[in-house]
Design a protein around this ligand. Structure first.
Ligand code: PGA
Length: 253
């Protein structure tokens, strides 16, 4: 397997732990990550905690991610944060196109592609999120929807020298306690890998495809054992170093 497909476990803290409690959480992550040399561990705190957490992570192997970015470097965009600012703040990663951004803030596939390009231009590794809603799954539209989301970023990620990550997160599984079974997850992951392969075999070989959506300590091992599941994007269970660490230990790494 390509070395860039080392297991990657990323914690998306969403709009939780924006202040002092985030530093404590980050310290717990640093402690367990030390014991897992072959697993890449990343945390994505809210913007207000990034600078403090960058200090906490300094000298550790835990990577810092932003949860979002705006795809312009500077300018009159009140309330927005650019990729160069995130880079300067200590981020090495950026989540883009999370389903909450798509659903709550109306982000389109094209906008997600712009953000992906902006992240790469500032040397941030994008974690590009894709996934279908429950209605789309029930209508048998899963692969069509996910393919459209992947296609939107395909040229951008194929051109990049950096190995990006794609996170397959079925919307119906996020924060609901329902998770795709390993076979359901693997079906979509294998499809994503095949679309990348068709674009460029080297792209398929280096891209990590993460699963996300109610990943917990007790279901992580079976999901992470799937051949095309290279890691996890974890929401709720990443807010506790105990459960987040257990998920990281469940990797193949
Ligand atoms: P969850 O969130 O693990 O709480 O379902 C995952 C995500 O939104 O990335």
């Amino acid at each position: 397997m390509h070395p860039s497909r080392r297991p990657l476990i990323a914690g998306n803290w969403k709009m939780f732990h924006g202040g002092r409690s985030s530093v404590e959480l980050a310290s717990g992550v640093v402690a367990f990550a030390r014991e897992l040399p072959s697993v890449d561990v990343v945390v994505a705190p809210p913007f207000t905690a990034l600078a403090a957490i960058a200090e906490t992570l300094d000298g550790s192997k835990v990577g810092l991610a932003a949860q979002n970015l705006y795809p312009k470097d500077t300018g009159a965009f009140t309330g927005e944060i650019s990729a160069p600012f995130l880079k300067e703040c200590g981020c090495a990663w950026a989540i883009v196109g999370h389903s909450e951004r798509r659903q709550v803030f109306g982000e389109t596939d094209a906008f997600v592609a712009e953000k992906t390009a902006a992240a790469l231009a500032s040397d941030l590794v994008p974690i590009v999120c894709v996934g279908e809603t429950l209605a789309q799954r029930e209508a048998g539209e899963t692969l069509r929807i996910v393919k459209a989301q992947v296609d939107a970023v395909l040229d951008v990620i194929a051109r990049a020298s950096t190995a990006v990550a794609v996170a397959y997160e079925p919307v119906w599984a996020i924060g609901t306690g329902k998770t795709a079974g390993p076979a359901e997850a693997e079906e979509v992951h294998a499809a994503i890998r095949s679309w990348l392969e068709r674009k460029d075999p080297a792209l398929a070989a280096r891209t990590r495809i993460l699963y996300g959506g109610s990943v917990k300590a007790d279901n992580a091992a079976s999901l992470l054992a799937c051949p095309n599941v290279d890691g996890a994007l974890v929401g709720g269970a990443s807010l506790d170093p105990g459960s987040f660490g257990a998920i990281a230990r469940a990797t193949k790494g």
